[in-house]
Design a protein around this ligand. Structure first.
Ligand SMILES: Nc1ncnc2c1ncn2[C@@H]1O[C@H](COP(=O)(O)OP(=O)(O)O)[C@@H](O)[C@H]1O
Ligand SMILES: [Mg+2]
Length: 342
């Protein structure tokens, strides 16, 4: 499972347009996609239409209060491969509730973990609010990528620096942080000023700047106002082409890798690490598990094809994986878990 937060603390730079149409483009590639509208303004929700009573607000509040999720109707199914969890205006108040909660930073991680046990999504796209507050931080804590649309008119390196600092904070909290990715939106490469700007910015952002840019395209705005994605509204438009190219580029980033989740249920007060062939059996901050709820620890890794031996390490104690029945004797008289990624 790959989770992409679409973030930028500025409003109007294209987060919602990117979230909706990237989700739609990925779903056309036969992957099972969930779009979460995490902005209290609910623009993605109104852009794709919401007539249900389902909302991220209610689900987050259940998570905060340690209540079980409803048995069905957690997401709204837009088509075979695309689901949405709508936002609602009450989400701003939920952000305040988070502030006093023990799972302040990982409530969304706990929720997504539960949802994915039911639906098994390949991709989750999170449309974030225009600030770097607790909702956005919750999104970054659970994400694999932080995708930031940049617009020439309101671009400032300040914004890039602020996102970097938040990512450092996320890394300190859980041992790893999402990979930042930047994309130009509404840039007009026919103008010399735009081309020079793009070159200068490209030098600063390096390989985190995606090759795809999203051109200004009136059909993108129109589609959102009709409650549609661009592929349903105008499949032959520049907007549709650009978002298909973005989905292709993002899919290629992890091609050949399988996102594999490891988890262990244990009452450890210490930190828990995954140690094995992935990291030459060295305890490493990047492989520290995140505590989800009372006693569940988890980490998701992109793994290439192959056979991996591993164990969990907490304090001085070693544990095999309780969810993996394939166990092998190691050369020290102990046991290892064995995982084959096809
Ligand atoms: N590439 C684009 N071409 C045309 N209109 C765009 C494009 N990107 C964004 N817009 C329009 O600009 C406005 C702001 O975009 P939006 O995605 O809502 O930004 P944000 O979510 O960051 O606040 C919306 O009206 C949207 O339709
Ligand atoms: Mg928005």
């Amino acid at each position: 499972m790959k989770i992409i937060s679409v973030v930028n603390q500025k409003g109007g730079c294209g987060k919602t347009i990117t979230s909706i149409n990237l989700a739609a483009a990925l779903s056309r590639k036969k992957s099972n996609v969930l779009l979460i509208d995490l902005d209290p303004q609910g623009h993605a929700t109104s852009a794709l239409g919401n007539k249900s009573g389902i909302s991220i607000t209610a689900l987050l509040e259940k998570t905060i209060n340690d209540q079980p999720l409803p048995e069905k109707d957690i997401t709204v199914k837009l088509n075979e491969n695309l689901h949405i969890i709508p936002s609602s205006i009450g989400l701003a108040a939920t952000e305040h509730l988070l502030n006093n909660n023990k799972n302040k930073l990982q409530a969304l991680s706990i929720l997504i973990n539960k949802i994915n046990k039911i639906h098994n999504f390949d991709n989750i796209i999170i449309d974030c609010p225009p600030n770097l507050g607790l909702l956005t931080i919750n999104a970054l804590v659970v994400s694999t990528y932080a995708l930031s649309p940049l617009q020439l008119c309101n671009f400032s390196l300040n914004g890039v620096e602020m996102l970097k600092n938040i990512l450092i904070m996320v890394r300190e909290f859980k041992g790893s942080a999402p990979t930042p990715l930047y994309i130009f939106n509404q840039i007009d490469l026919r103008s010399r000023f735009s081309r020079e700007f793009a070159m200068r910015t490209g030098r600063i952002l390096g390989s985190s700047l995606l090759k795809t840019s999203i051109r200004k395209n009136i059909h993108l705005r129109e589609a959102a106002s009709y409650g549609k994605d661009i592929f349903t509204h105008k499949p032959a438009s520049n907007g549709a082409q650009d978002f298909q190219a973005l989905a292709d580029e993002i899919s290629k980033l992890t091609m050949g890798k399988t996102w594999t989740q490891f988890s262990i249920k244990a009452k450890h007060n210490d930190e828990v690490y995954l140690v094995g062939d992935f990291n030459n059996w060295q305890k490493n901050e990047q492989y520290k598990l995140m505590k989800l709820g009372e006693d569940i620890w988890t980490i998701t890794l992109p793994l290439s094809k192959g056979v991996y031996r591993y164990k969990f390490l907490s304090g001085n104690e070693w544990f095999t994986d309780p969810h993996n029945k394939v166990i092998e004797n190691d050369s020290y008289g102990g046991k290892n878990s064995l995982l084959t990624v096809q």
